[in-house]
Ligand binder design. Sequence first.
Ligand SMILES: C[S@@+](CC[C@H](N)C(=O)[O-])C[C@H]1O[C@@H](n2cnc3c(N)ncnc32)[C@H](O)[C@@H]1O
Length: 263
Amino acid sequence: MERSSDVPVTTGHPSWVSAATGPVDPAQVNNYDAFAEAYSAETENNIMNAYWARPAIMALAGDVAGRRILDVGCGSGPLAAALRERGAVVTATDLSAGMLALARRRLGDDADLRIVDLRDPLPFDDGAFDDVVASLVLHYLKDWGPALAEIRRVLRTGGRLIMSVNHPYVEHVGQPPPRPSYFSTTSYTDEWTFDGKSHPMTFWRRPLHAMIDAFEAAGFRVAVLDEPQVDPAARELFPDEYPDYEGKVGFLAFVLEALEPGE
Ligand SMILES: C[S@@+](CC[C@H](N)C(=O)[O-])C[C@H]1O[C@@H](n2cnc3c(N)ncnc32)[C@H](O)[C@@H]1O
């Protein structure tokens, strides 16, 4: 069957994102401290984060009143704030001191905020949380095994990991040819430009089956697999951008249930 389409199935990148072209300084890769304020301001009310990525997580989280939630890679804390408004008891962590300073400004002095690299052991007791939220952070990690094992450890059995990543197929077709195989776990580097300065951002893209294998190996069951759609409320707020987002795929989101060890 012949098929033709000139309508992309994915969105373009926001104007501040482009593929890296030159050599990359490893010391500057994923240095959120260097652009924390600008990133937070850009994503606070934009269509991609405020009307697509974050609503997806909040919809999956549902009723969280009274639940102990750990928000890892919390950034400047928009989800932590939204979860707290719904009655959750939130602890939030991030690798970037700059992002956490903004979270502190948003959430106040009494908020439980800690600098934690997800590649390291988590400084929390076994079973300390009912839910862990990991929104748009795991795609910075090459190896998911240790991080998922630690997240499983700090969840009570039956607790949930609610997470999102860039959609692996979108990131596959978004790379300039020659592309590595979709089926391998590969890294790619973009440049994010804020205030005229470019920042190299390296992501790890893995196929869906590798994600499922990693969840299973860490003791999780996939309860929900979601390909969120942009919030229709964005139609009136972003009349020019909305057509580029409507009906497009951008993220994968999951609710994962923490299984009894050995289950
Ligand atoms: C795209 S932002 C997402 C922020 C927030 N979760 C949200 O959805 O609005 C990614 C965040 O992950 C953090 N991050 C990146 N690598 C990390 C790591 N290895 N450990 C912990 N946090 C990390 C960054 O500092 C940044 O704040």
